[in-house]
Write a new protein. Structure first.
Lengths: 174, 704, 103
């Protein structure tokens, strides 16, 4: 519970809050990046250095950029005219408040929480690599397959259709 | 068992088969129909001769009687028999019915030649013959009644043969209903007889039949019912059947109207055979009628039943004879004559026994059939004219018919010595004279004989003598006969002689009308001896006995008086025109009118019995409509009400329940489908709520 | 409050914020951002539990998080491809108007 920890946590949450509430989508993406960075800092503080750096690489470096690209491709850069909130947003706020209440209450009243901090684990890259190749080799391979499938799927879904084909398809719907 | 007794059933069965085959044949097959009918009767005649010869020669040992029965149907624990009996009574009736029937069939071939319903006529005739022969041979109350009913049915069918004539249809209905009243008595009597004796058979080899002495003695010992001895009551009930069928007073009203049928029908059914069935019935159950009484003169029993029969017969004889005097239709005169002669037969049975009555029946069959057929020939020759006032002088147009008709008339009147009617009627009068109870039937019989001679002479004189009066109306209105084929002789409406197919049977019948008398004379009482089985021999001295000779002379005198009176009034002073009043009518208009209108019996019946019947019918109709009709309506309304209730239940409970259920389901589904907004964020919210719920459930589960 | 509880509370709050944004905002990409935040909160939760577990040298939670991140990346790619495809088809990225599954 060092102050650094509290500040990092606060920054993360602030970033997340801004990410969810700003009008301009690009601002939201930037705030999201800040939130991801904060989470990476939290990982570093929890002695999961590899995960922290992987977070920066994957989330900030890839996913955030990807989102920016999507904003670009869907012409969502301009400020929207109407309300940014969907219909029935109050129900959503209520449900999320409920969820947080539930989780928080569970956490605070739990009896399985250990009181003292265990010693810092050794999570070097070598250990991670060993674990991946021996104990977790099957999930590794499956992840590889899934990633391949996702990549192919994403390409196919986002593929621009042939203009003629799209016209004929549209005609077929009539 | 002689083969003829075993095969006696063939005699009625052959005409039955003939009738059946004729009935199913396509028209027209006239030759086939005539051949079948006449052939079956001829074969029956031959078989009857065999039967007759089997019964001959048994006098002296008691009467011949052989029966043949077989089990027919089983009900309960007992078997019911059907059977036939061959005794002299049966044999003589068989011979007479088949012979006369055959001759009349041959006559009908000529008479009905122009009728288009030739086949139907012969079918009914054959059916009638089979029924009549069944009556004759029956040894069993059941078979007897069945055949009796067949005879009644065919009589109805034949009287109403020309059914499109309303008078014929009405006459047929009247005949059937009137005889039905008699048949009711017969049925009651037969059922009572069966109940009393326990058997339906008349005679059995073990002598247990209901007409045998053992059973009759048992019945005599039975306690009286309503003042009548049992035998008397049964006898009178059975006699009621004979009253209906044989046209005794008061059920005689159908016979004259039955003349609406064709003349062969009148000859066969209403002269020779069917009406004789009533007399035959009394003769058949004579042991029943005659037991228990005192024995009168000449061994003739006197019982209550026989006394009643005698009185009814005597009244009928005089009654009908008096009406016949004033009739103008040639067939009606003969019809009333038949009623009168049937009365004589009944009287004969009552005072003299079976032989006396049956002798007159046999002779009467021949000469009455002859007279009817002769009148048929006359009608045919006069182009369907039946009124005697419009005939006359036919002697020169139809000589053969005149000759045979004269023979028949003399036989009926009872011309002495040579004609059969004299001998048979004399027997009756002789027995009536000796009747211990009363002499009135004798006197009535004598008066009736006088009338008989008188009206027959009147008829013959009006028809055959004088000049032909038929031309007068011909010029006024044209030819009315519908099926007359002598169109080539249209220029002359003169009467003509009938063809040989019609005259030859007449001649044969005339021969028998003469010859048959000689089998029943007192000098040689063959008939008597044959039927009763007693000894007799040819003895002319019997004729000279005082009682017999006196009676013969007296009856001859009566006959000559009647003949002379008739000739004097009608033969010598011929009427010139049709419209001229009858001599008697001029003399005694009131009595003549009474006689002409049959003593207004028909009108009396119409006013009383018929009216009552119509009232009863209306009452029944009313009851049927209102009581049964209401019951039916009630059932109908209950059913309709129930159906309406079912519909109500179905529509409002079942259907509504079902429909409401389906509606609720659909609305529920509709409501639930609103959850599918298609918007992802709604789904997410619900997932969030579900997550919370799951966590609560898990945590609390853990805690517990 | 132990450090674990603090971490868990932070992750819970992060999750709630991400959830609130996902079910409230109209734009599809913002829903995706919310989903990424929720995933990250879960990852944080996992790392916290790994750090304070009795045997952290087994690296179970660690590896789990690595895989989770890989999946998040794949899922983000596909999701964004979907959004682009929908935008191409319906010319909008407003989730209120994508209601084809309405039943």
């Amino acid at each position: 519970m060092s102050p650094f920890f509290i500040i990092t946590g606060f920054v993360t949450l602030l970033g997340a809050a801004f990410a969810m509430s700003l009008r301009n989508l690009v601002h939201c993406a930037l705030a999201m990046a800040v939130a991801f960075s904060g989470i990476a800092a939290l990982y570093l503080q929890l002695d999961a250095q590899f995960v922290g750096f992987a977070e920066i690489l994957v989330y900030v470096g890839a996913i955030a950029i990807l989102i920016v690209f999507a904003i670009l491709l869907t012409r969502s850069g301009e400020a929207p005219e109407k309300s940014v909130l969907t219909s029935g947003w109050m129900a959503g706020i209520a449900v999320s408040a409920l969820v947080f209440t539930m989780l928080g209450w569970a956490v605070l009243n739990s009896s399985a929480i250990p009181k003292e901090t265990p010693p810092a684990p050794v999570a070097t890259v070598k250990n991670v690599g060993d674990a991946l190749m021996t104990k977790f080799v099957l999930p590794l391979e499956i992840i590889g397959l899934v990633l391949t499938a996702a990549m192919i799927g994403a390409v196919i879904i986002a593929l621009k259709e042939d203009s003629q084909k799209s016209k004929s398809e549209v005609g077929g719907y009539q | 068992m002689i083969w003829i007794v075993k095969n006696l059933w063939l005699i009625p069965a052959l005409p039955l088969f003939a009738a059946g085959i004729i009935a199913v044949n396509k028209q027209p097959a006239r030759k086939l129909a005539a051949t079948l009918a006449i052939g079956s009767m001829a074969l029956g005649f031959l078989l009857s001769l065999c039967a007759f010869s089997a019964t001959l020669g048994h006098h002296g040992e008691g009467a011949f009687r052989e029966v043949f029965s077989f089990n027919w149907i089983q009900f309960g624990g007992q078997w019911m028999d059907i059977g036939w009996v061959l005794d002299p009574l049966t044999a003589i009736m068989l011979v007479m019915v088949t012979f006369v029937g055959m001759l009349i069939f041959i006559f009908s071939v000529g008479y009905m030649a122009h009728d288009e319903n030739f086949m139907r006529f012969f079918c009914f005739l054959a059916l009638f013959a089979s029924g009549m022969l069944g009556v004759v041979i029956a040894n069993n109350l059941f078979l007897f009644f069945v055949s009796w009913e067949i005879v009644g049915l065919t009589s109805y069918l034949l009287i109403g043969f020309w059914y499109h004539k309303p008078s014929a249809a009405a006459a047929a209905k009247k005949a059937f209903i009137t005889t039905r009243i008699g048949d009711l008595g017969l049925l009651l009597g037969m059922v009572w007889l069966y109940a009393q004796t326990g058997t339906l058979n008349f005679y059995t080899p073990e002598h247990t039949g209901c007409l045998e002495t053992a059973a009759l003695n048992t019945m005599l010992a039975a306690p009286p019912v309503a003042g009548f001895a049992v035998v008397t009551a049964i006898g009178l009930l059975i006699f009621l059947g004979a009253v209906g069928k044989s046209g005794q007073v008061p059920l005689h009203v159908w016979l004259p109207d039955a003349m609406e049928g064709p003349t062969p029908v009148s000859a066969l059914i209403h002269a020779a055979t069917m009406v004789a069935a009533g007399v035959f019935l009394v003769a058949r159950v004579y042991p029943l009628m005659s037991i228990g009484g005192i024995i009168g003169a000449h061994g003739v029993p006197v019982t209550t039943s026989l006394t009643v029969i005698t009185w009814v017969g005597a009244i009928t004889a005089i009654f009908a004879a008096s009406i016949a005097v004033a009739q103008n239709d040639i067939k009606r005169i003969l019809a009333y004559s038949t009623v009168s002669q049937l009365g004589y037969m009944m009287m004969g049975l009552g005072v003299g026994g079976v032989a006396v009555g049956m002798f007159h029946l046999i002779t009467h069959a021949f000469f009455k059939a002859l007279l009817f057929l002769g009148s048929g020939s006359v009608i045919h020759g006069c182009h369907e004219e039946q009124d005697v006032r419009k005939m006359g002088g036919l002697k020169k147009y139809m000589p053969v018919t005149f000759a045979v008709y004269a023979v028949g008339m003399l036989a009926l009147a009872g011309f002495p010595l040579f004609f059969s009617g004299f001998w048979s009627k004399d027997e009756i009068l002789h027995s009536a004279h000796n009747w211990p109870v009363s002499h009135i039937p004798f006197l009535l019989g004598c008066t009736g004989a006088l009338f008989t001679a008188f009206y027959m002479t009147r008829q013959v004189a009006l028809v055959f003598f004088g000049s032909y009066r038929g031309h007068e109306d011909r010029s006024a209105h044209g030819h009315t006969a519908p099926d007359h084929s002598h169109s080539s002789e249209f220029h002359s409406h003169d009467p003509h002689e009938s063809p040989a197919v019609m005259t030859v049977p007449l001649i044969i019948l005339a021969g028998f009308a003469i010859l048959l008398g000689f089998v029943g004379t007192p000098a040689w009482p063959w008939f008597d001896g044959y039927l009763t089985g007693e000894e007799f021999k040819l003895d002319f001295s019997k004729l000279a006995e005082p009682g017999t000779l006196g009676l013969m002379v007296a009856s001859a005198a009566i006959v000559f008086t009647g003949l002379g009176l008739g000739w004097f009034l009608y033969g010598k002073r011929q009427r010139k025109t049709v419209a001229e009043k009858d001599v008697l009518e001029a003399a005694q208009p009131f009595i003549y009118k009474l006689l002409e209108n049959k003593y207004f019996i028909d009108e009396i019946y119409e006013a009383t019995v018929i009216r009552f019947n119509a009232f009863a019918a209306r009452l029944c109709d009313f009851a049927d409509q209102w009581i049964f009709g209401s019951a039916v309506l009630l059932v109908k309304y209950v059913t309709v009400g129930l159906a309406w209730l079912y519909r109500l239940t179905d529509e409002y409970f079942v259907n509504l329940g079902f429909d409401t259920g389906c509606e609720a389901l659909r609305e529920g589904g509709g409501g639930l489908s609103k959850l599918h907004t298609g918007r992802v964020q709604t789904y997410l919210r619900i997932i969030g709520v579900a997550l919370v719920a799951l966590i609560i459930f898990l945590i609390w589960g853990r805690k517990a | 409050m132990s450090p674990l509880q603090a971490c868990l509370l932070i992750s819970a709050l992060l999750f709630a914020i991400g959830f609130a944004g996902a079910v409230t905002r109209r734009h599809a990409i913002l829903v995706l951002i919310g989903i990424e935040l929720m995933l990250n909160a879960a990852n944080l939760n996992l790392i916290a539990f790994w750090r304070f577990s009795p045997h952290p040298e087994a690296l179970t939670g660690f590896i789990f998080v690595l895989f989770s991140m890989a999946m998040a990346g794949a899922e983000a790619a596909v999701g964004l491809a979907l959004i682009i495809a929908i935008y191409r088809h319906k010319k909008t990225s407003n989730l209120d108007e994508v209601k084809e599954l309405k039943g």
